[in-house]
Ligand binder design. Structure first.
Ligand code: ASP
Length: 741
């Protein structure tokens, strides 16, 4: 990993662990070795300033991360929106089963059902190309805050501000890519409106499926157990990255060769124990720890309840559609799985927001900050209106939420409309100069956008879509009756205008029937053809999906502009708020997660999520067998049950529990995107793969707390036992250099 040469200084946020340190809890059952639990998904440039030695880690900071030499971080990659680790010199990657899910689903048919039966490549030639998968490796980074913020002037409107920042980011990315051919540049906002980093990445585009256990293991417990502890899910899979023979990133070709990572992780086949130090490296997606109480209220009262309601309905529709039709069920399975994941997480967050009284706590903190500001006339002049102004933005967002969220989701929920929207939007954007386009349609991104479109097309089922469209239109009709007055009189709403045209329920149903009959978007050739049409040609299209998008488009563009205006306002206000908070608390903070590489550390430990309940931190095969009912999602392959009966645990039994350990619980600071993160022991060796959090820890996205923040990973011993002993893929254990005894 390199530090990019630049005049800019690196973001120098010296994290004083002491100030963030949230006092340690001694585990009720025993005394942890490592007693420091801290909040923090630390950016890699801050690793050197962490006192990792005192946590029990035996590696020096520069063995973990260095700009000068090969380090542990070089063994970590991002697999689509998850994390993965290289575990062999030949580009073998371990990640979660749920991260490889789309690849397994795509390769499966009702007759050759890898989701149900699992998959094992007997040779490299059998590894299955996974279209739509990329592996991203962080190469270097630098601070570009000054360059980004110099695009902003004080007299800009909020919309102009967002557009100026976006444009500058795009310019920086394009320039960096022209200077570093073959690499991809991405600017990440570290602190809203305040600091930005430019990362250079290698993207590998030929990714193949190597091994996946059956979903009965990889997704054992399904949605019932998702976000829960105790857990017994073998949520892991193996993939492999390939490059062209000259080592360059390339699309799939049979001539490609395995990628040689700079570094791969060593597997520790004897695992880790309760109270041991663990550390995770990975790409956590998004957190909102620096947002105000107004944001939390918006989440609690508007967005999360909306998501729970909408997703429950969508899942129900798709489950019913696939009940007696395995091909259709396979088509929907990836979508159901991701919706169910977010739906349950949202319920956890709602519960946590109320139970942990996060809004109230944040209000108290803000009131103390406001007092501090009010105590000094200069501070009043600079920051006096900050909190009320932020509140106003969220107030507007909240009052408009039911309508805006429903309208935005109209073109997400109905897959055919989602496809038509991308086609229509792309055509309009692609005629603009490259730098002025929405990011997805810039030349550097368009190929990926089309690839995602084709993948999404695979899941389209028009009869299901008919129900989705009908349901969404009915929601809009209802909202039309009781929606609040628009903020400005000039604001038109082409979607509501359209919906007002339905005289009664029958008219709506007739429209939906005609919609399905009149679209060819389900045919791949039509989709490809539409992608070639100009905006004018699309406006003439008789296809009902394109026509409906054309009707909705003015309002959707208005929503896009409204979003950018709010983003511009919040960017400026949050930037100033951070300065005020830093002065008040005399401290710096860890930036919110933003899909860039982070480190978090903690201890394997249980917790007490409810009064009188203590949950210990290691589950075992015995628990798997006890949970097995033979009914989904608690089915186990016969061979697992037989090996359990025979106590054929090989060398993978836990020394004290006498069973194969299955899952681990630990108090690191993680969020979505940490799925697939390696769990590393104090020597930096792989002892498991992170895949989830406890229900109470879904609230991590808003606040971390040592009492309830617990992450969940699959124990490496279960991974090795399932792979080698149950499915006989011993070649993979050899490849990972796991000693045979
Ligand atoms: N299973 C989780 C996910 O959806 C991981 C997490 O959020 O902790 O990515």
């Amino acid at each position: 990993m390199q530090l990019m040469k630049s005049n800019s200084r690196l973001v120098k946020l010296t994290i004083r662990a002491a100030t963030l340190l949230l006092v340690v809890l001694v585990c009720p059952s025993s005394q942890p070795n490592s007693t420091i639990a801290v909040e923090g998904m630390f950016p890699i440039n801050e690793i050197a300033s962490l006192d990792l030695g005192s946590t029990g880690l035996k590696l020096s900071a520069d063995q973990v991360f260095s700009t000068e030499k090969t380090c542990l971080v070089d063994g970590i990659c991002r697999v689509n929106t998850c994390t993965g680790s290289f575990v062999s010199a030949d580009g073998l990657i371990i990640t979660n089963h749920h991260c490889a899910y789309r690849a397994i689903q795509t390769a499966s048919t009702a007759e050759r059902d890898y989701l149900a039966d699992g998959f094992q490549a007997r040779s490299r030639a059998d590894e299955i190309p996974s279209r739509g998968y990329t592996v991203r490796i962080t190469e270097s980074f630098r601070d570009v805050s000054q360059e980004v913020l110099s695009a902003v002037t004080s007299n800009m409107t909020f919309l102009d501000r967002t557009q100026a920042i976006e444009k500058r980011q795009k310019e920086l990315e394009k320039f960096a890519e022209s200077e570093n051919p073959g690499l991809r540049a991405e600017v990440a906002e570290m602190f809203t409106g305040k600091s930005y980093m430019l990362f250079l990445y290698t993207y590998l585009k030929d990714v193949r499926l190597v091994f996946a256990p059956p979903a009965s293991i990889g997704n054992f417990g399904g949605d019932v157990d998702n976000w829960e502890w105790p857990r017994h899910t073998g949520d892991f899979s193996f993939m492999r990255a390939y490059v062209s023979p000259d080592g360059a990133s390339a699309e799939y070709s049979p001539n490609n060769v395995p990628y040689k990572p700079k570094r791969f992780l060593q597997v520790e086949a004897s695992g880790v124990g309760e109270n041991d130090f663990v550390m995770l490296l990975g790409y956590p997606g998004r957190t909102a720890r620096h947002k105000t109480s107004h944001f939390l209220q918006y989440e609690r009262d508007q967005r999360l309840p909306f998501i729970v309601d909408l997703y429950q309905w969508e899942i129900g529709v798709m489950q019913a559609a696939g009940r007696d039709n395995r091909s259709l069920a396979l088509k929907h399975t990836n979508r159901i799985q991701s919706l169910a994941n977010v739906e349950k997480r949202s319920r956890g967050q709602l519960k946590g927001l109320n139970r942990a009284q996060l809004v109230e706590t944040r209000l108290q903190q803000e009131s103390a900050l406001q007092d501090y500001i009010n105590n000094d006339p200069e501070r009043v002049r600079r920051h006096g209106r900050l909190l009320p102004d932020i509140g106003r933005v969220y107030h507007e967002l909240s009052t408009q939420a039911p309508l805006e969220l429903t309208q935005a989701n109209l073109v997400i929920t109905c897959r055919s409309l989602a496809l038509a929207f991308t086609i229509y939007d792309a055509a309009r954007e692609r005629v603009k100069p490259d730098i002025e386009r929405e990011v997805a349609y810039m030349d550097r991104n368009y190929e990926l956008t089309v690839q995602q479109l084709l993948l999404a097309h695979q899941d389209l089922d028009l009869p299901t879509d008919r129900i989705m469209l009908q349901g969404m239109l009915e929601r809009l009709v209802k909202l039309n009756g009781n929606q609040p007055a628009p903020p400005s009189k000039t604001q038109s709403d082409s979607i509501l205008d359209f919906v007002r045209g339905f005289q009664d329920k029958q008219a709506l149903s007739d429209f939906v029937v005609a919609y399905v009959a009149g679209t060819r978007i389900g045919e791949k050739e039509s989709l490809q053809k539409y992608l070639q049409l100009s905006p004018q040609e699309l406006d003439q299209s008789p296809d009902t999906a394109i026509r409906l998008v054309a009707k909705c488009y003015p309002r959707l563009m208005e929503l896009r502009a409204i979003d950018k205006r709010r983003e511009g306002a919040l960017s400026q206000l949050y930037g100033e708020l951070l300065s005020a908070k830093q002065a008040f608390l005399a401290d710096n903070f860890v930036p919110d997660a933003n899909s860039t590489l982070r480190l978090t550390h903690g201890t394997v430990r249980g917790f007490s999520p409810e009064d009188a309940v203590y949950k210990s931190p290691i589950t075992t095969l015995k628990g798997v067998v006890e949970k097995t009912t033979g009914e989904a999602p608690f089915i186990m392959p016969r061979r697992v049950l037989d090996l359990f009966q025979q106590r054929a645990f090989g060398r993978f039994a836990h020394p004290v529990l006498g069973q194969v350990p299955v899952a681990l619980l630990y108090d690191t600071d993680t969020t979505g995107g940490n799925s697939g993160s390696p769990i590393l022991n104090n020597e930096g060796k792989l002892v498991g793969v992170n895949f989830d959090r406890a229900f109470e820890a879904t609230i991590n996205d808003f606040a971390w707390n040592q009492n309830y923040s617990r992450s969940i990973g699959v124990d490496i011993r279960y991974v090795l036992w399932i792979t080698g002993n149950v499915f006989g893929a011993t070649q993979l254990l050899e490849e990972m250099e796991v000693p045979s005894r």
